[in-house]
Design a protein around this ligand. Structure first.
Ligand code: FAD
Length: 329
């Protein structure tokens, strides 16, 4: 029997979708008799909303929700969060397999946690499965998505895994009894890090990394004002706006929107690339999108090689036409 622990993440009182995806990934690797717990660190001003997230997690077919509640956990700081997870681990098998979202926080926490537990680590997994030999196999994309790496761990080897958002179907709420929610006492260590403030960049209402629809602009958008119609289209579709590095470097938009090898990795259901040539560094961040639509006036643009639907045309004609069409729906 092995223990699986998913580390839950909330943002503004909302459970992040990648937490539900991590639960599904963990379930997919479980054998009969394995147990699945979810740890939710919470505290501070958002604690009440986060506590509702604990109730939602308890309905997701897990065995237990472990809440580590302390005001210092209201703001992410690596040392206190690692200590909170270790407090949760103490009451559970330290040899557990841990699952986190490959988010800014997950990426920061996972190696620290693995080092403290003496566990192996897999970053940015896009697939995970239990093999016939009982080993757990993980796949990761390498070299800007051009190669896939497979790694297998013994099923009882302590492992810390981060899963790329958008690559596993999210666990759904199940009818029936909710799992118990257990509160774990936490005495935080003296922190060497003081988080004084968090300044959010205004990048739209939908989180780009988890958006199911992304409308991205490149240098072809010409200037910052050119992103206006893209934002309008994204809002109509309930999606988020992204960008190529070309557009960010040109100052058309914030680097927080950059998608690609040195930007965010997205795996939406629909990716609409507007005026983006399709450089390999850009493809590294979006080529696993389920459906790719490319709008480019150059019929030989490399983006068309990965697109499911290509529109050869001027984005300043095509995007308004799409907006007009969708506005009537
Ligand atoms: P361009 O290559 O200039 O393409 C603009 C496109 O717009 C062209 O295809 C053109 O035909 C089209 N166009 C122009 N006007 C219109 C119009 N009116 N209507 C329709 N189409 C139009 N890039 C990233 O995106 N993300 C990264 O993370 C990233 N990391 C990098 C890391 C390294 C180490 C390096 C070296 C580069 C990286 N790059 C990255 C940069 C990458 O190589 C490209 O330079 C960049 O992606 C190009 O951006 P673009 O497609 O917007 O611009």
């Amino acid at each position: 029997m092995s223990q699986q622990i998913v580390v839950a993440e909330c943002r503004d009182g909302q459970l992040r979708r990648v937490t539900l995806e991590a639960i599904a990934a963990a379930k997919g690797c479980m054998a009969d008799g394995d147990r699945l717990a979810v740890v939710l660190p919470l505290g501070g001003a958002a604690a009440a909303a986060d506590a509702r997230a604990a109730e939602a997690l308890a309905q997701c077919g897990v065995d237990e929700v472990i809440v580590v509640d302390h005001p210092v956990l209201g703001r992410y700081a690596p040392d206190t969060h690692v200590a909170a997870l270790l407090a949760a681990a103490c009451v559970h098998a330290p040899k557990a397999r841990w699952w986190l979202g490959h988010t800014a926080i997950g990426r920061d926490l996972a190696p620290r946690l693995a080092a403290r537990l003496g566990a192996g680590q897999i970053s940015d997994a896009i697939a995970a499965a239990r093999g016939g030999d009982g080993r757990i196999a993980f796949a990761r994309a390498l070299h800007a998505g051009k190669a896939l790496e497979q790694r297998a761990f013994l099923s009882d080897a302590p492992t810390v895994v981060t899963v790329r958002p958008g690559n596993f179907p999210p666990a759904e709420a199940l009818a029936g009894d909710a799992a118990p929610i257990r509160l774990v006492p936490f005495d935080p260590p003296e922190s060497r890090i003081v988080v004084r403030d968090i300044v959010r960049r205004l990048t739209g209402t939908v989180d780009l990394a988890e958006a199911r629809i992304v409308v991205a602009g490149g240098r072809g958008v010409k200037d910052a004002a050119g992103f206006g119609p893209l934002a309008e289209l994204a809002a109509l579709l309930g999606g988020a706006v992204g960008a190529s590095r070309g557009a960010c470097d040109a100052g058309y938009c914030d680097y927080a929107l950059q998608i690609g090898q040195t930007g965010k990795t997205v795996t939406p259901d629909l990716y609409i690339a507007c005026g983006i040539s399709g450089a390999v560094q850009h493809l590294a961040g979006m080529s696993r999108s389920r459906v790719i639509v490319a709008i480019n006036k150059d019929p030989d643009a490399p983006i068309f090689a990965v697109a499911d639907y290509g529109i050869v045309g001027d984005l300043f004609d095509v995007v308004p036409a799409l907006i007009a069409e969708l506005s009537t729906v």
